[in-house]
Design a protein around this ligand. Sequence first.
Ligand code: FE
Length: 176
Amino acid sequence: MKTFSAILSAMVLIFVSCQGQEVSTATQIKEEASLIPGEFKEGQLVKVDKDNQLWKKELSDQEYYILREAGTERAFTGDLWDHKGEGTYVCAACGLPLFSSGTKYKSGSGWPSYYEPIKEEFVAEKKDDKFGWNRIEVLCARCDGHLGHVFDDGPEPTGLRYCINSYSLDFVAEKP
Ligand code: FE
């Protein structure tokens, strides 16, 4: 029994350290990330509709967990919370331009934070009562990918804080 417990503890330890390693390995800022502008038809944003099997092939495990299963990365572990540079943060799944570097600010939360999206129509909002919290979830309006949440404790001029997962975003630098 003792041996069994020892083996079990060792397995748990290995599992926990692997988990830790996975989370602490920051995603690489993709060089091939591309911005794919939003298209409107009869005033409506043209959607990207793919089933989850296809998303699973296109996205990394972490991206899939966050974008398609509404997961959350641990604070201060993503590659974009402290990222600086002039450019555009696009949806990691469909390339829709979501946030401009000009609206990114240091919130201290450990997640990339912006005070407004590039276009209101590009970010959808949904009530999220999970865990008994009254929050507003934000999603990419084109592919329905989960991005994060929006709170009303942001800076001027909007007073909003779009608290977004790094894994939901890719950065496309402004061309000189
Ligand atoms: Fe998207």
